[in-house]
Design a protein around this ligand. Sequence first.
Ligand code: ATP
Ligand code: K
Ligand code: MG
Length: 694
Amino acid sequence: MSVVGLDVGNENCIVGVARQRGIDVVLNDESKRETPAMVSFSEKQRFLGTAAAASATMNPRNTVSQIKRLIGRRFADPEVQKDLQLLPFNVTEAADGTCLIHVRYLGEVKAFTPTQILGMVLSNLKTIAETNLGTHVVDCVIGIPVYFSDLQRRAYLDAASIAGLHPLRLMHETTATALAYGIYKTDLPEGDPVHVAFVDVGHASTQVCIVAFKKGQLKILGTGFDASLGGRDFDELLYIHFASTFKEEYKIDVRSNPKASLRLRGACEKVKKILSANAVAPISIECLMDEKDVKGMIKREDFEQLAAPLLNRFKSPLEKALVESKIPLEKINSVEVVGSGSRIPAILRILASFFNKEPGRTLNASECIARGCALQCAMLSPTFKVRDFEVQDSFPFPIALSWKGPAPESEDDNPNSIVFVKGNLIPSTKMLTFFRSGTFAIDVMYADTSELPAGVGPKISTFTIGPFTPTRSEKAKIKVKIRLNLHGIVSVESATMVEEEEVEVPVTKEPTAMETDKEDDKGDVPMEEGDAKVESAEGTDNGAPPMEEPVETQKAEPVKKKKTKRTDVPVTETVPCGLPPAELQKAVEKEYEYALQDRVMEETKDRKNAVEAYVYDMRNKLYEKLHDYVTDFEKEELTAKLQQTEDWLYEEGEDEIKSVYVAKLAELKKLGDPIEERQREEENRAPSVNTLLY
Ligand code: ATP
Ligand code: K
Ligand code: MG
């Protein structure tokens, strides 16, 4: 069982793995700790991660980046529309209202869902983990922003399935960070908790959380976010600034040229990074457009002035998290900043003045999410023993259920009910009781749309409960168990028809399987025929009144006895968009096909390289090591053959299939091997003798 934590960033991804010694961040093929969240498509194969980033400027329209922005979101979402203006690849609206990405791949234009693209990104991370661990990787924990909607969470799970991964948990990035911080603290108090504020400024978004730490425990008290405020917004600011400067100075309109835009954006990101450590930054791009080289510079203070409107936006998520936590500012013991976007000094100044203390960088700013996720995975895995540490995560959005047709006896006229309050513990379950004569539907909704990121609608899903046929009375009592699971997704775990029947029992005896199972029937009260009752089955209690135990008649024999009969009722879930199971299966098969194609291409390149290497190697050997072991004829023959092959590699043989290169190498070796063999034999026959006589 693998223990892996994945931080999928909008820009960079990190892979953490658990080893006996502790958590390690592993290196990718290019020996980097960070892997770009990118996929590039070409005529013959895909390139993933670092390889994709390398081809971004050459092949911008077919290189997909920032997939975290598009996944699980509607095309019409104004935030999506804004993002699409900055992204160089083509996106249209899918039939279900989400996005479709169009790229040229394997000789034709193909459409991919953001879920499929994320599947590719994850599959690359999985390979990185597998290469390092030397085992198959399936189980993992994947970080997600705390503000992710239900749809986005589901899309992540689908993407993971496509990649052949099984997330034990989708974990809020902020919570993962808090875990990576807290579990190593040996000085946490038994009594009054220590309060820490974590601020993550990433590429596209900013997240804040206030956490209470005690010995062996962390509790998320409040969260805040700006889903569209991150490092890239500062790049864009510089981009707009320099695009207009260059327009004036060089008479070029960079914005009208996708390739030049991409290069200028890249240069602006560099300028921003330079300004984090220097008072002035130069910019210089050769042949940016119309064969013009451009040059410029900007001072940090001017940058900060340009950025003032962005910088002002940081206060709001800080305030929200603080208010939600109900912790007075002076009780925040420390502030930790993470996320590479936070390297901008002006952001640190804002944090320092808001919290009235210098923010610290105790954590590895870019790796803590992956580490926290790997720790959580180890905690959930039976194969690792981890120090006891309780993670009390909270759900940021209140969840309500709504249903039609309250029962006539209902005293509750409001058919909406909040099942999970804001800040509800994750995971949690609630039990609801309905009295219904037949199939009915429950809508799961966000109770407060003002809390949601822009563009997310209130509706989450619909559960259809039924069919069932009441046998005892007109309406049956249906108990529905609703779960807010570890991923932060709301689902109906079970629906049960509960019927009471009176039977003649000859003697008092032990309860049978048919009878009330007290443990699981907790709260199954004889109640007025109401519309529905919400109870807490585990986790937090929503203030439901204490429930009485059911009354059972147990007298001497013979006796009439109440028996409870339970029947499972089918539950069907409908989500407004996303992949139906059959489509998901198809996507899994497709991914397998694409991965196979990539592998074939890699092997082809590898075999081609082998032919090339043999040509150069053998040519050298013929004049050195093998010199004394070949006849002139052999030497001439082989040399000619090598030259022929070299020419072929640059012409007809440039782009062949793997088997052709394999055959070509075999052909060369047929001539070369006997010579090498002869040389080896001779050397073995007369070892060191020559030296002795010398
Ligand atoms: P997200 O968390 O939004 O999904 P991410 O995790 O990929 O995205 P990070 O890797 O934390 O984001 O941060 C990337 C951002 O940090 C980029 O915008 C990058 O330009 C910025 N950045 C990196 N180094 C510096 C620096 N020295 N100064 C300023 N910004 C920097
Ligand atoms: K990251
Ligand atoms: Mg991040």
